[in-house]
Design a protein around this ligand. Structure first.
Ligand code: ADP
Ligand code: MG
Ligand code: ZN
Length: 470
């Protein structure tokens, strides 16, 4: 058996939740609205209509670029990406190609074995979304409400090596968009769309082997940035693009399948080709959608209706100052100022709302000398509806428990483990389906703790423990 290494690059599109569209004043809030009601001469591509860039969108694009460690170009441009398809009535999409707004970033992800790896971001650029086509029988319906909605594209270098990295990366992009408040990044609604480019290469004694007849496939991603090609010059001479996959889970499944398919093909001595494939969830297989005979010719050129954008360092600084604290920074601060573990900090910063809830509870709890670590532990372990029990109420309950001398979870868990070891018969009965055995074990725990445990919590933890043991 040969040894192969997967090579994966991601393209992520994120729709910005600005009020108006990218180049006109139509409302960008199109989801579920009546077809073709959010349109005007600009987004319908009528002759003579002139685009005016949306400043808020560009600021949001810049924020995302900064959050992903990119440099902001002091000069950037919009270009026309020409193609003929009715989802864009102009005959081209306004995008960025040679002069993107943000370039050369880094995102840290975790791989399958828990190592931290760096993924290079090639670019974060601004473009516009297309209209939506619905095919029914012989007919095709077109809705231009989405045409011209601000869209940001984030392109990585082909640096992913396993699907855990992909999952972690996509989740991070989603989390950052939500933290920055620039998009809901909801995959089901199409606010966030993933495309994975997959190839595999042979490795011999830990080193990539150059595939016969192939040399650097620098590709268009490296335009204007020679520094990023160094690790790319041993790339396989093809890549398979996985498109139109609208969930993290399906994307991971599709990439896993594709890696296996490609390795099997290469082992049989087959040649792989450049193509676009989709995912069939019923068959759990990828399938050919479009075979690229040759590279698309989009005839990019600078849009003469839009001038060059000049960004000075002051406005970059100002945008940085306006940005919400990012998840990584919040995590570091939580570790430093509240003495949390890294794992706790990661869990509590999952969403901005959760992190705010925690900090508010810590603030209120201070008056009762409640430890931040205690607040963190309880929030992580206890499931409850945070919309119903506000931080002040939560702290009140926690303080109440402490005063009554109710045992904290950590100690309760030890006693539960003991009760399980001491009562094998009750445990066996429970496994056979005798639910009341739990009640017996709760009784044992209460006896052991002289009534200091919360019986409901004891039952919860016992049930959890009993059902997790094999
Ligand atoms: P396109 O729009 O034609 O898909 P882009 O330059 O926008 O081109 O994106 C190319 C993507 O493919 C990038 O994410 C890049 O990292 C990735 N890529 C390039 N070569 C390979 C390869 N051999 N295997 C896997 N991914 C690749
Ligand atoms: Mg692509
Ligand atoms: Zn419009």
């Amino acid at each position: 058996m040969n040894n192969y290494e997967p090579i994966i690059g991601l393209e992520v599109h994120v729709e910005l939740s600005t009020r108006s569209k990218m180049f006109c004043s139509c409302s960008a809030d199109y989801f579920g609205k009546e077809s073709n009601t959010h349109t005007c001469p600009v987004c319908l591509g009528l002759p003579g209509a002139l685009p005016v860039p949306n400043k808020a969108a560009l600021e949001n694009c810049m924020k995302l670029g900064l959050a992903l460690g990119c440099k902001i170009s002091d000069e950037s441009r919009f270009e026309r990406k020409n193609y003929f398809y009715p989802d864009l009535p102009k005959g081209y999409q306004i995008s960025q190609y040679r002069w993107p707004l943000c370039k050369s970033g880094i995102v840290k992800v975790r791989n399958k074995i828990g190592e931290v790896r760096e993924i290079r971001i090639n670019r974060v650029h601004q473009e516009e979304d297309t209209g939506k086509l619905t095919h029914s029988g012989e007919n095709t319906l077109i809705d231009y409400n989405r045409s011209g909605v601000p869209l940001v594209e984030i392109v990585t270098e082909p640096d992913f090596r396993d699907t855990e990295e992909i999952r972690d990366y996509a989740k991070k992009i989603q989390q950052i968009c939500r933290y920055l408040g620039i998009s809901n990044a909801d995959m089901e609604k199409g606010d966030m769309r993933l495309e994975a480019n997959v190839s595999v290469r042979k490795v011999t004694a830990g080193h990539p082997e150059l595939v016969e007849g192939s040399l650097a496939h620098a590709g268009p991603t490296s335009v204007g940035d020679s520094s990023s090609t160094t690790r790319n010059d041993m790339l396989p001479p093809y890549r398979v693009e996985l498109k139109n996959i609208n969930s993290f889970r399906f994307m991971v499944a599709a990439v896993e399948y594709e890696i296996r398919r490609q390795i099997e093909a290469l082992d049989k001595g087959e040649r792989l080709i450049q193509e676009t494939r989709g995912w069939n969830e019923n068959k759990k297989q990828t399938y050919t959608q479009r075979v690229k005979e040759e590279a698309n010719d989009y005839r990019y050129f600078a849009d003469p209706d839009l001038t060059e954008m000049i960004v000075d360092s002051d406005s970059v600084k100002k945008t940085k100052e306006e940005m919400q604290e990012l998840p990584v920074d919040k995590q570091k601060r939580f570790v430093a100022s509240y003495g949390l573990s890294e794992t706790q900090a990661i869990m509590l910063t999952d969403t901005r709302e959760f992190a705010d809830y925690f900090e508010e509870a810590v603030r209120v709890g201070k008056e009762y000398s409640l430890q931040p670590t205690k607040v963190a532990n309880t929030l992580i372990n206890k499931k409850f509806n945070r919309d119903e029990i506000l931080p002040a109420k939560f702290v009140e309950m926690l303080v109440g428990e402490q005063e009554k001398g109710v045992l904290p979870d950590e100690e309760l868990e030890k006693i539960i483990a003991q009760a399980i070891t001491d009562n094998p018969q009750a445990v066996a009965d429970y496994k056979k389906g005798k639910e009341s055995s739990v009640q017996f074990l709760v009784g044992q725990v209460m006896k052991f703790t002289h009534g200091k445990a919360d019986p409901n919590r004891a039952k919860e933890l016992l049930t959890e423990k009993l059902s997790s043991r094999v």
